[in-house]
Design a protein around this ligand. Sequence first.
Ligand code: NAP
Length: 486
Amino acid sequence: MSSQMKTEILQGDLYINGKWVNSPEQSYFESLNPATGELVGICAASTVEQVDEAVAAADEAFSKWKNTPIPQRASYLMKASQLFEARKEELARVMTMEMGKVLTESLGEVGVVIATAQYMAGEGRRLFGETVPAGFTDRNVRMVREPLGVTACITPWNFPVALASYKIFSALIAGNTVVWKPASEVALSAKIFVEILAETGLPAGVVNLITGSGSRVGRRFADHPDVKVISFTGSTEVGQQLAEMSSKTLKRISLELGGKNAVIVLKDADLDKAADGIVKSAFTTTGQRCTAASRVIVERAVKERLVQKVVELTKSMKIGNGLEEGIQVGPLVNDDQLHTVEEYVRTAIKEGGKMVSGGQRVQELGGYYYQPTIIENVKPNDTIAQEEIFGPVLAIIEVDSYEEAMEVNNGTVYGLSTSIYTESLHYANRAAREAVSGLVYINNGTSNAEMGVAFGGMKMSGNGHREVSHHAFDVMTEWKSIYTNY
Ligand code: NAP
């Protein structure tokens, strides 16, 4: 790391009931820079008792917060959006240092946080209820949305702050209070996020931050009777465990989970546009996106030409420390992720895949770097065509028709994002109807979601809830029906 990039060692604390606190057990964990292996900061690992304290503080704050008029709740979000703007660069740099994504992506992610704060502030004014024609004379009937109470938000490391903003801002505007547990890899980014919320003057207990191992502190959320909602984004495996544990207290749980997203390329497609969309979807964030494209399903007639274009674009990508200018692919988040990627690539070759590009660590850079990798001759049921890799690895699968392409696309347990490149109105519309996935893109890669549009997956990519849009309130509120006889 060049000396100009060195910073002081940061300190990650917990935020409970409006106060920054430490670990009473003096238990800490390190946040390491995946680009260099250097220490970014030391973070407090909270105890289960501290989780309980945070939940108690959020529960205590709930009755006042839910009765705070919505425009006032919205004003905290609007203030937060200005403060995020002011600390954008600082927050983005810490995100890049903690989990490796390139600085331009981190800056873009803080932009998403700002947009979410503004969007949710506006949505507050549209938390409409319904009136229903009464079945009796001199009676009116209405239904109103009510907040549920303490909302536990659990988030992964790949989008350290955007996913938190989806959950926390929709919870707050609806009138819920929050306890947030970010992934340990990005605890310092989370601290800055909560510092900003604290600076808006939010009342004590409305937002609380807990850090430390998910299996230790995250579990307590599931067991806790006063946690009324869990909003989780992460792996399918952990999501399943949480759903099972939460069933005992019948709490509401929203799960946004893994994906095995595909780009379908038909023989009539604009191959330059398709190659560009594929490379952006596959290798942005070093392939560590839930919506990353990890399969290309291409009609045989254009496979050679498409792969040539994809390889050409991939080889021109600059790999390195995301803080440096011009870098397009940063490191993987940690050593475990690097080993996972290596293992999947070995398995792919053993099962008959043919390496066309990449396939190696980038030793000379020192951190957890892996070349963007393209493997062809992959069969639909091969391991790399079925399992989420969460790294820069793209499998090329050849097919003979649209129908076969869609069967392959739908032939995994996941259903998050599908893309199709075609000039045919017929096939574009059929894909929109036939893809079993929560997101469908036509002539665009798999990863380009917009504010205000429902975000989430089908099958094992989620449990049917959606974030970002006003449909988030189906998670964050419940209905009350009121009958008035007069
Ligand atoms: P993960 O291992 O499931 O962890 C996600 C969060 O859960 C972290 O905060 C983690 O804490 C916590 N956790 C781990 N074990 C837990 C347990 N037993 N009980 C409660 N909490 C627990 O996922 P990840 O590796 O961070 O993220 C990658 C995954 O997220 C991928 O599968 C990706 O597809 C998915 N993802 C999905 C979306 C979507 O919207 N569908 C978006 C982004 C990512 P610690 O790590 O600190 O222990």
